[in-house]
Structure formats: C-alpha cells, structure tokens
Design a protein around this ligand. Structure first.
Ligand code: ADP
Ligand code: MG
Length: 257
C-alpha cells in the first residue's frame, strides 16, 4: 500500500496529482480522470470521459453497463493492457500509467490474474498442463514443483479429479474453473475478470462467482468483474454502472426503461 510519504509533493506534481494520490492511497486499485478516445480513421470515438474509481483490498467490485458502454476498455486500462488517453491508474500503490512497457509487463505478470469470457485455455494441454504453463511463465522453476502447485490450484477450484482432462472433455463451468486456477498461479493480489459467467449456465456461473468471492474474502484478493448479468449483484461489495462514458452509482439505463 502507499505510505503517507507519498503524499508529500514532489517536483512537477500538481494539486490534482496530490488529490489523486490521496484518493488512491487507501485502495488496491484506483484511477483518476481516466479518459479514452479511440481513433478510427478521421473519427474520434470518446468512450471513457473522466473515470474516478477506488477499490479497497479484498473487495469484489462489479462494473456493469450496456453492451458497448466501455466496460472492457476500462478493465483493460485498469489492468495495464491499454494506455488511457488521459488519467492515472494506481495498482497496489504504484502508478502503472508511469511505468515503462517492460516494468508494466513484469508488474502484470506478478500481480494480476486474468479471467475472460472465452476461457482461453490451450486445447492441446490438459487442465494440469494449462496451469503448469502459467506457473512457468510466472517464473516458477522446477517441473515437479510446478506440477504439485498446479494440482493444489486445481483442488482449490474443485477440479482435482479432472487434472488430466483436456478442455474439450470439460463443461463450460469446469473450463472456467481451470481458467481461474490458472489466473491464481503465482498468487496474484488482483483478479480482473471480463464477463466470466457470460458463457455459463446459471449453476456453473454461480459456482464461479462464489469462488471469486471466497478468494476475496478469505485471501484478500481484490476482484474487479465486468458483467451485465444482474444475478451476480448480491455477491459484490460495490457496483458501479458505466454509461455514456462516466460511472454512476445507479443504473440509468434500467431506470429509464
Ligand atoms: P463493452 O465491453 O462495454 O461492451 P467496449 O469497451 O468493448 O464496451 O467498447 C466500447 C466502445 O468502444 C464500443 O463502441 C466499441 O465499438 C469501441 N471500441 C472498442 N475497442 C475499440 C478499438 N480498438 N478501436 C475503435 N473502437 C473501439
Ligand atoms: Mg466487453
């Protein structure tokens, strides 16, 4: 976490920088004044128009909003996969929007686990091998050690008995749980999930959500989850709604309809 020392002004820091650092100091994830405009030929497409968001450690934060409202864009910016046109992003007390590409890649690898709608497992690898590969990428040396750790992670998501199955032999819910085991490789402090239940039936979806919630509550992992599945709302600590490029506490598009 950020120490109070960081609140002292440094050369070149404006009042708004200091406000932002203060805002971020108590949070695992924070962003200030984030704007994103995509350029398509001559056309500028403003998608995010000034996003301030702070998420405390161990919380499950939902990011909701209609399709095309910019949820994936915001999650990608919070995860350091996309550079915003404007604004700052702080993760675990460090400003990632000031990091070099190399520093950022390293930071992401060690601190963030990703879960996507489409699972993104390697079809030729077994469940165990998919998780082992993630451990290898994160720098864990020693085949037997990786294999043991991958087995532990699969047990954790309730799939110890499926370790030798290939993705094609697993249900959607089971594949997503393998993807969660893979995201947990290397014990990241942050989990970023983009519509993790969109391709699942409600029972598997529920299992996946419960798993993410227990990670947050029992291990202090901070979870940001993009969804437009209203059934997920009861497991969240906080929900914000993205519409017209800004964040709102209430879902405007539901109130309108
Ligand atoms: P959501 O995840 O809420 O559906 P996205 O963040 O994927 O929304 O997209 C928000 C808007 O930005 C959409 O209008 C989309 O077409 C546009 N967009 C997303 N990515 C790009 C890109 N790389 N180039 C241009 N426009 C994009
Ligand atoms: Mg999306």
């Amino acid at each position: 976490m950020v120490t109070s020392q960081l609140l002292l002004p440094k050369d070149g820091q404006t009042a708004s920088t200091l406000r932002c650092i203060e805002f971020a100091s108590d949070s695992a994830i924070a962003c200030c004044g984030v704007e994103m405009t995509y350029q398509q030929g001559e056309q500028s497409i403003p998608v995010l128009k000034g996003i301030d968001l702070a998420i405390k450690e161990g919380n499950v934060q939902l990011l909701m909003g209609p399709s095309g409202s910019g949820k994936t864009t915001l999650l990608s910016i919070l995860a350091g996969l996309l550079t915003p046109s404007k604004g700052r992003v702080y993760l675990l007390g460090q400003e990632i929007t000031r990091m070099s590409r190399r520093q950022l890649t390293r930071f992401r690898l060690h601190n963030i686990g990703f879960i996507f709608q489409g699972f993104n497992l390697f079809p030729a690898l077994t469940a165990l091998e998919n998780v082992e590969l993630a451990l290898k990428m994160k720098g864990m040396s020693g085949g037997p050690k990786r294999s043991k750790e991958a087995g532990i992670l699969l047990e954790k998501v309730g799939l110890g008995h499926k370790r030798d199955s290939h993705p094609r032999d697993l249900s959607g819910g089971q594949q997503q749980r393998v993807a969660i085991a893979r995201a947990l490789a290397g014990k990241p402090k942050l989990i970023m999930a983009d519509e993790p239940t969109a391709a699942l039936d409600s029972q598997s979806g529920h299992l996946v959500i419960e798993l993410l919630r227990s990670l947050a509550k029992e291990e202090g992992v901070t979870v940001v989850m993009v969804t437009h599945d209203p059934r997920i709302q009861d497991v969240a600590d906080n929900i914000t709604y993205l519409e017209d490029g800004i964040l709102m506490r209430e879902p405007q598009w539901i109130m309108d309809s």
